[in-house]
Design a protein around this ligand. Structure first.
Ligand code: AMP
Length: 175
């Protein structure tokens, strides 16, 4: 069956000037609340990697967790959280990444990925691609292989893919 993005797009709400002026926030809560579109989003991401070996599915805090966990379940894979600085309780690996103004840190537990494991990275939105690129770096610091990066929404006008050369990048909806 071909994937129909229209019902998903209908349940994504644009919130102008959130969390700050000039940003149009993609609110996916209506899509998540609807059983048909929630399932379509999870299956839509997973189906693009069907037939591949996926050992871990990594979700990026916080909305990435919501999509990555059921994708992991579907693959029979483990789930791994990547979090903002100071949230993970055990030994961590960290990666700095650039924001519009300044930098921030992303962290992963050092035992979350083992060398040679194939990791699928999942998040709700790819904007500038900085978060995703830092996450891919974390996987590789632990010796893992990035099987791909999957997003519900890609803001193509921000050119995030340029930060992810050589990786398989998929998105269900492009704006
Ligand atoms: P970036 O590093 O610029 O690709 O930003 C990606 C991260 O910021 C993701 O974890 C998204 O959840 C969040 N994000 C960025 N822009 C938006 C947006 N317009 N609407 C919702 N979330 C966004």
């Amino acid at each position: 069956m071909t994937f129909d993005p229209a019902p998903l797009a209908e349940r994504i709400r644009d919130i102008p000037d959130f969390p700050k002026p000039g940003v149009v926030f993609k609110d996916i809560t209506p899509l998540l609340a609807d059983p048909v579109t929630f399932r379509a989003a999870v299956d839509g991401v997973a189906e693009r990697f069907d037939g591949q070996r996926i050992d871990r599915v990594l979700g990026i805090e916080a909305r990435g967790f919501i999509l990555a966990a059921p994708v992991a379940y579907r693959f029979g894979a483990g789930f791994v959280p990547v979090r903002k600085a100071g949230k993970l309780p055990w030994e961590i690996e960290r990666q700095e990444y650039e924001l519009e103004y300044g930098t921030d840190l992303l962290e992963i537990h050092r035992d979350a990925v083992s060398p040679g494991e194939r990791v699928l990275v999942v998040d709700d939105v790819m904007a500038t691609g900085g978060t995703a690129a830092a996450t891919a770096r974390l996987v590789e610091k632990l010796g893992g292989e990035v099987a791909g990066l999957a997003f519900l929404i890609e803001l193509t006008f921000l050119g995030g893919r340029a930060k992810l050369p050589g990786y398989e990048v998929v998105s269900l909806l492009q704006y």
